[in-house]
Design a protein around this ligand. Structure first.
Ligand code: SF4
Length: 405
């Protein structure tokens, strides 16, 4: 059998090595795998799964040896009004619906200060996408607060938290223009937008993104690309189990990789599994299996060997430590104070439990900031309040300086 050079996988391998075992045997350590290899691995048998996990864990150890990180955060649900209606969302509300709420500046500051006392270093701002475009009630709320739009209000609240506390804001406000990325980058060291999926057929009737105008993949990619052009450290990721195929998962990761190859700004890729909840349009939808999640995480690690890969532990409880075997190097934001408003029925593990279970897998648990160590220097390079606060918050090696007990 002749050997061919496959430049996309970066290995010398037989052209017919298309089984998972064949792909794994020919991995070239440190090189990202090809689409074809990823498609083979994400569909691997249970018998091949341990070898896939071992390869992913080895790739993680080459990238970030010995450590798994988390960000100690407070969750600030600035408004849960949203103009989208995603089929899996339990967060969003219409005006007047039970639980609909837009936080006041006092409420924002009070949550941030309470988190500060508990050693938090991140204020995660989560909010619905541009609710004022659909709801006159939100326009009225913003008028009373003194702002033209939800993004103007978000910018002011990020600045308030930055000025008045030691927390660093990380906003997740949905689609953003170039101007808004630039404005929010002045008051937050990083920001995020989940790509979720590159499969635009999920916008079709009765599917997860039916009636979700902000979930058009090309529009989300444009926001992520604009952040890249402005060198903003950016968090993105994919959702597993919302009606996409295993091939879609690979293509979503490849779309993210394409932008990171061009701009180098993707600080973190979140692999998030759908969990069913009552009272959502997808209440009867099957959840992805633990095995699907492990395969997706492992393939993400091998497609992106030098990008931080995160999976939330509360969505894989009680077996979440298995994710450490699949190549993650981060557990995401964990709050000692506020619930997970996106998945309120799945509490975060107690931090001490997380530490012990991370240690049992052979890793030290370290607290990071909302911006990862390798991206801190570029934020510090811009003088002003943000870089002053970031310098104070970070340790010499770029982790959280004020490590809580
Ligand atoms: S997932 Fe986000 S964009 Fe979709 S409905 Fe919920 S809050 Fe809105």
């Amino acid at each position: 059998m002749s050997l061919t050079w496959n430049s996309s996988i970066g290995t010398n391998r037989p052209a017919s090595a298309s089984t998972a075992a064949g792909v794994l045997a020919d991995l070239h350590p440190g090189n990202p795998i090809s689409r074809l290899a990823a498609l083979t691995l994400i569909a691997c048998s249970d018998a091949d799964l341990p070898s896939l996990l071992a390869a992913a864990r080895a790739a993680k150890e080459r990238f970030k040896p010995g450590v798994i990180t988390y960000s100690r955060k407070v969750f600030i649900p600035l408004t849960n009004l949203c103009r989208d209606y995603c089929g899996y969302c339990t967060f969003r509300r219409d005006p007047g619906e039970a639980g609909a709420h837009t936080m006041t500046p006092d409420e924002v500051l009070s949550v941030a200060r309470a988190g500060e006392k508990l050693g938090c270093t991140e204020a995660l701002f989560s909010l619905g996408d541009k609710p004022e475009l659909l709801f006159p009630e939100m326009r009225e709320t913003l008028r009373r607060l003194g702002y033209n739009s939800t993004l103007h209000y978000l910018e002011a609240m990020c600045e308030l938290v930055l000025r008045e506390t030691n927390l660093l804001p990380h906003p997740n406000p949905g689609l953003l223009s170039a101007e808004w990325i630039s404005r929010l980058a002045r008051v937050s060291p990083s920001m995020g937008l989940m790509l979720e999926t590159a499969n635009q057929s999920l916008l079709g009737k009765g599917r997860a993104h039916d009636n979700a105008p902000d979930k058009v993949p090309s529009r989300r990619l444009r926001t992520i690309e604009e952040a890249g052009k402005q060198a903003v450290p950016f968090t993105t990721g994919l959702l597993i189990g919302i009606g996409e195929s295993a091939a879609d998962r690979v293509d979503t990761l490849l779309a993210i990789r394409g932008l990171h190859d061009r701009y180098g700004h993707i600080q973190e890729v979140i692999v998030q599994n759908f969990r069913v909840k009552p009272n959502i349009p997808m209440a009867r939808w099957p959840e992805p299996s633990h095995g699907e999640m492990l395969r997706a995480v492992a393939v993400a690690r091998l497609l992106l060997p030098r990008v931080n890969i995160q999976a939330p532990p509360n969505l894989s409880a009680p077996y979440y430590e298995d994710l450490a075997d699949a190549g993650i190097n981060d557990w995401g934001g964990i709050s000692p104070l506020t619930p997970d408003y996106i998945n309120p029925e799945k509490p975060w593990p107690h931090l001490e439990q997380l530490r012990l279970r991370t240690q049992a897998k052979g890793f030290e648990l370290r607290q990071r900031l909302p911006v990862y160590p390798e991206f801190i220097a570029q934020v510090l390079a811009k003088p002003g309040l943000l870089s002053e606060k970031l310098r104070t918050a970070s340790s010499d090696d770029g982790f959280a300086g004020r490590v809580a007990a």
